[in-house]
Design a protein around this ligand. Structure first.
Ligand code: PGA
Length: 257
């Protein structure tokens, strides 16, 4: 079994279209040598056309930060998965900020994941517990519930294109990461075991699962050294070219074969 490591920079609501194009123009050369790692940037929707044009034919891929499940219609402020076709290879869904600020639900994450797969892209489904849930010992049950709901009705074949990101909410943007052992054991118990129940050993062992939450060059190696962790979904540190390149290099050094 070999799971290709995947490092994705989630820029959130940062970088204008112009800044985004300049940034990837610089980043692409710095990560070129690390082809044992899949890597992508997730700019705002507005910057997707410019970024995707700049990166055409390169190994630096593009992720969108959301997608609506309907192809078109009266959904103010939304962009459909269909419209992202050709602009992005990945779409981040279920991010805790979307769950907290945009009332994203498990049911909608599921519809969106199906739409993203149908449009030929790969969903990156983010799950993770709050601090209160963590302290109450509810992490495993909660995360299992999120992942089962998100994958409802998704076929075993389509699972080859699904990436999961485990991001404990209390570790996002707080500078306080989970310990790598904590993250690894939650990913094993809450995610790989759930995939084993929902599908089979093959899918449990082959699905790529990232860790996210205050990942930076200083702690990346520790996370990458964990057997269940296949990469990182990175916010803050992905906004800096040197840090982003360092994260990819560390993933290649620790995980790349
Ligand atoms: P952070 O964000 O790296 O800034 O903690 C991670 C994320 O939200 O995906």
């Amino acid at each position: 079994m070999h799971r290709m490591p995947i490092v994705v920079g989630n820029w959130k609501m940062n970088k204008s279209p112009r800044e985004a194009v300049d940034f990837v123009g610089e980043l692409v050369g710095r990560v070129r040598d690390f082809d044992s790692v899949e890597k992508a940037v997730a700019p705002t929707s507005l910057a997707l056309p410019g970024v995707s044009r700049t990166l055409q034919g390169t190994q630096l891929l593009v992720a969108a930060q959301n997608a609506h499940w309907e192809a078109a219609g009266a959904f103010t402020g939304q962009v459909s998965a269909d419209m992202l076709r050709g602009l992005a290879q990945f779409v981040i869904l279920g991010h805790s900020e979307a769950r907290a600020y945009l009332a994203e639900t498990d049911a909608n994450v599921n519809r969106k994941a199906k739409a993203v797969l149908a449009a030929g892209m790969q969903p990156i489904i983010a799950v993770g517990e709050s601090l209160a849930q963590n302290e109450a010992g509810e992490t495993i049950d909660f995360v299992r519930g999120q992942v089962s709901a998100a994958l409802d009705g998704i076929s075993a074949d389509d699972m080859a294109r699904v990436v999961i990101a485990y991001e404990p909410i209390w570790a996002i943007g707080t500078g306080k990461s989970a310990t790598s052992e904590q993250a690894d054991s939650t990913i094993g118990a809450a995610l790989r075991d759930t995939l084993r129940e929902l599908y089979d050993d093959n899918i449990a062992d082959n699905t790529r699962i990232q860790y996210g939450g205050s990942v930076k060059p200083g702690n990346m190696a520790e996370f990458m050294a964990q057997p269940n962790i296949d990469g990182a979904l990175v916010g803050g540190a992905s906004l800096n070219v040197h840090d982003f390149a360092a994260l990819v290099e560390i993933a290649a050094t620790v995980k790349g074969s």
